[in-house]
Design a protein around this ligand. Structure first.
Ligand code: AOF
Length: 161
């Protein structure tokens, strides 16, 4: 059964990048994945001064609004790197917060889909034909965490003997 998620207050809301689960990346703490993701759009661009404002935004909605402002110039390579940026942040989120890690692992092999009505890249869009890259990132993170944990469990078992 496909698992759809979108808003934080809906089922599986912890899969949303707007969920209140902070991450620390390269020594900097970000209140949500969305704050981090939006800020990365401007790394090395002439509008990099927006980064601290995104960092300090009081809500992920505010961070997203700042990052989506079309009059600002994003880094030239954004479309090449954005999926990797997102994966790094989402992986960090689920490695940091055990309670939501268990929810992610508990989805087994189900298909995860960001049910965004207007985003055909990260989500599935209103007609469900979108590319669903956030769902794909989450499924890839689920797989990676499972692998990491099984390696740790095997190593711990060996240490017992
Ligand atoms: N969850 C969620 C959204 N979806 C998120 O928006 C981000 C994409 O932003 P951009 O690349 O600027 O279009 C990405 O993190 C995607 O998961 N958007 C919203 O306005 N509200 C929301 O509750």
């Amino acid at each position: 059964m496909t698992i759809y998620f979108y808003k934080v207050w809906q089922p599986y809301g912890c899969f949303s990048n707007f969920s209140p689960h902070g991450i620390k990346i390269q020594g900097t703490y970000w209140s949500t994945v969305e704050h981090y993701y939006q800020a990365q759009k401007f790394v090395g661009s002439k509008d990099a001064a927006i980064i601290p404002l995104i960092h300090q935004a009081t809500t992920p909605e505010e961070a997203a609004a700042l990052g989506r402002c079309s009059s600002r110039q994003m880094r030239a390579d954004w479309h090449q790197v954005k999926t990797q940026v997102m994966r790094e942040a989402v992986l960090k989120k689920f490695l940091t917060h055990t309670e939501i890690r268990d929810i992610l692992l508990g989805t087994g092999e189900e298909l995860l889909v960001e049910n965004s009505p207007n985003d055909y890249f990260w989500g599935c869009g209103i007609n469900k034909t979108g590319e669903n890259h956030l769902g794909k990132v989450l499924m890839s993170v689920r797989e990676e965490i499972r692998k990491r944990f099984s390696v740790t469990a095997i190593a711990e078992k060996h240490l017992q003997y």
